[in-house]
Design a protein around this ligand. Structure first.
Ligand SMILES: [Zn+2]
Length: 197
């Protein structure tokens, strides 16, 4: 029986190794993925980023310092104008922001002005205890979505991404772009953080 179990594990490992990096749940620290879509006056940006690159840990926060780290990261992500710099003449303004993570409560991720103050304990606490069991092996992402509306969308030809300045452990962002009449891909790095289309 013992031998069969080991054999099955080897098969599982081989299958995981054969899977392309992005098809699997485990992520690479320092690497984020972004979707940019420009349609009419609306720009939508989706980001999937390892939590480790925002807060330096990937579990539900346990200490006050960890909770502060999450609130600080959320405050930066809510400041859309510092993260995404459109040409001024395009007249873009941020209209909606949503942040989500399996291990973080909505209250911790809320905009600084919209927080209730006391974090709820129920669900987050349960997740926390469950995570303790195998914390070392767990990974967690944060999914963010920003919506902008632009007065002069015809002036939208570039976007400077400021994420690297605020989250210095980020090394690359793989971007999929859908812009008027075009689909494309780009890789952003701290040295080259401007998308053009
Ligand atoms: Zn991770």
């Amino acid at each position: 029986m013992k031998h069969r179990t080991v054999f099955a594990e080897v098969l599982v490992c081989a299958a995981l190794l054969a899977t392309p990096a992005y098809a699997h749940k485990a992520h690479e620290h320092g690497a984020a993925r972004m979707n940019l879509s420009v349609e009419g006056q609306e720009v939508e940006i989706e980001l999937e980023v390892p939590l480790a690159d925002l807060t330096a840990f990937e579990h539900a926060p346990e200490t006050d310092a960890e909770k502060k780290a999450v609130r600080d990261a959320a405050a930066i992500l809510h400041d859309a104008g510092k993260l995404f710099m459109f040409p001024a003449e395009a007249g873009c303004r941020s209209t909606k922001i949503s942040l989500e993570s399996d291990v973080l409560s909505d209250d911790l991720l809320a905009a600084p002005g919209a927080r209730k103050g006391t974090a709820k304990h129920g669900a987050a606490e349960k997740k926390e205890r469950h995570d303790d069991h195998e914390k070392a092996e767990k990974h967690a992402d944060l999914d963010a979505e920003w919506t902008f509306v632009c007065r002069n969308p015809e002036k939208l030809r570039r976007l400077e991404v400021g994420l690297f300045k605020h989250f210095p452990s980020l090394r690359e962002i793989d971007v999929q772009m859908t812009t008027p009449g075009k689909q494309g891909a780009a890789e952003l790095t701290p040295q080259s953080a401007i998308l053009r289309w």
